[in-house]
Ligand binder design. Structure first.
Ligand SMILES: *Cc1c(COP(=O)(O)O)cnc(C)c1O
Length: 451
């Protein structure tokens, strides 16, 4: 199986190469060249454990020897605190919650990043070249990336975050690891300052080469494929009479999560529809309502991991919307970069629907869900409850544990939600490094630690 770029300007590459690169050299995103048909496999997959299902699914896509794949997958899901890995709860006969927060950082990003960490380690073992991971985070991604790479042989990870601007719990998840290969860099400035310094470092080709610089961003194809698995797993765990009428409802930011569901459907998973649930940063909501994709300012919200405007994974969907034309995709992305908007004429949202929740809605929905189902939902997941289709069986993807956002939950329902993993962090020393948000400062810090 080869992987092609959405912009058509790079040679097809192997799975390992696509994973190692992340972004294609032409600036596009990798997609499988051929999409396997999983329909005939679903019956065989019915009784598999989560890890076994993941292994079977990845075997369709990846070039690793089966025993290596098996080891990586088993290890990735060995640190989850639920034996089902992605347990599904019935709230009522038409409403299910798929809990994706049982990994080490209590957010769905663990599903992809625990696996990606293992894939990186395998690549280093094969090539003998160590890598340096550098990223910038406003919260969840940094923590999940760090926990995917803790203690991995040959990897050092440096994560920039704006000092004082991530939640105290998120900071602890990054800084209380006690791991020798993890370096959280608290920068004096905003997330954008961190992002822009990061870009400068990545543009320094000599440095990049010397330290084996790599990013862990949400566009890596392995992350998307890892996320396909829980859609399949959830569908297989629904009663048979409900399987033909499923709408997956997905709290959405960068479009990585819901894209994975849609890809699983394209491969033959019989889901009916997908609801893109946004917060007040609603570029995707507006897109699916009107066909117009238009940038706006980012408004910080109660659901910070969805506070984005440019959805980095959206290009993969646009590619299919444009009839799998790399040429048209390139033109649209260039126009969007130039004008901050573009419009699809005759747009049909197809299997996608959209809903939106602002901060007041989030608080109201947390209360309503608690009252109706005696279930506490985090602010991201709350967005998913904004609009449920009574004609469909809704499977709501719960993307984070409510204990990660204690103050919103307390204000909404007067309950203190806790989690033992987070409580344990409070007794660990914080180790962080203050570094200026400048290329030279970041590079010399990295050099000093690698020396
Ligand atoms: C990252 C994240 C999201 C958004 O997921 P995308 O793949 O970016 O759409 C939603 N909720 C939580 C808790 C997250 O961490």
């Amino acid at each position: 199986m080869k992987y092609i770029s959405t912009r058509g300007g790079s040679e097809p590459v192997s799975f390992s190469e696509a994973v190692a690169r992340g972004l294609a050299p032409d600036g596009g995103l990798y997609l499988p060249q051929i999409w396997p048909d999983i329909t005939p496999l679903l019956a065989k997959w019915e009784w598999l454990s989560y890890a076994d299902l993941c292994e079977e699914f990845f075997a369709l896509f990846c070039d690793l020897p089966r025993d290596v794949l098996s080891r990586i997958v088993k290890s990735a899901y060995s640190r989850f605190d639920s034996p089902q890995i992605a347990p599904m709860l019935e709230l009522d006969s038409r409403t299910y919650v798929l809990e994706l927060f049982h990994g080490p950082t209590l957010a769905f990003k663990d599903f992809a990043l625990q696996l990606l960490g293992g894939l990186y380690e395998e690549q280093i073992r094969r090539t003998g070249r160590p890598i340096t991971v550098l990223g910038a985070t406003s919260g969840d991604t940094g923590a999940a990336a760090i926990h995917g790479l803790i203690g991995r042989e040959g990897v050092n990870i440096f994560i920039l975050y704006p000092d004082g601007r991530v939640s105290p719990l998120q900071e602890r998840q990054m800084t209380c690891t006690g791991a020798a290969n993890v370096f959280p860099l608290a920068i004096n400035g905003t997330f954008d300052d961190a992002q822009s310094a990061l870009k400068d470092v990545f543009n320094d080709a000599a440095f990049k080469d010397r330290v084996g610089l790599s990013a862990v961003n949400s566009i890596n194809i392995a992350r998307i494929l890892a996320q396909c698995v829980y859609y399949i797993h959830a569908w297989l765990h629904l009663p048979v009479d409900k399987r033909d009428n499923v709408e997956f409802v997905v709290p959405t930011g960068n479009f990585g999560n819901v894209l994975a569901g849609w890809m699983a459907q394209r491969m033959g998973l019989p889901a009916k529809s997908f609801r893109v649930a946004t917060n007040q940063n609603d570029i995707l909501y507006r897109f699916f309502k009107t066909g117009r994709y238009e940038l706006g300012p980012v408004h910080p919200s109660h659901a910070p991991s969805m506070d984005i405007q440019v959805a980095s994974n959206f290009e993969r969907f646009i590619y299919f919307l444009l009839g799998e034309s790399a040429e048209k995709t390139r033109a649209v992305m260039e126009q969007f970069k130039k004008d901050g908007s573009f419009e699809f004429s005759g747009f049909d949202s197809g299997v996608f629907r959209a809903s939106r929740a602002d901060d007041a809605d989030i608080v109201r929905l947390i209360c309503e869900v608690k009252q109706k189902y005696d279930y506490v939902t985090d602010p991201h997941t709350a967005c998913a409850f904004a609009e449920l289709d009574p004609e469909r069986v809704s499977v709501i993807l719960s993307t984070a544990h409510p204990a990660k956002f204690p103050s919103v939950i307390r204000d909404a329902i007067g309950v203190d939600v806790t989690h033992s993993t987070l409580e344990a962090l409070k007794n660990c020393p914080i180790v962080k490094h203050s570094v200026k948000a400048e290329k030279s400062a970041i590079e010399s810090f990295i050099d000093s630690k690698l020396a």
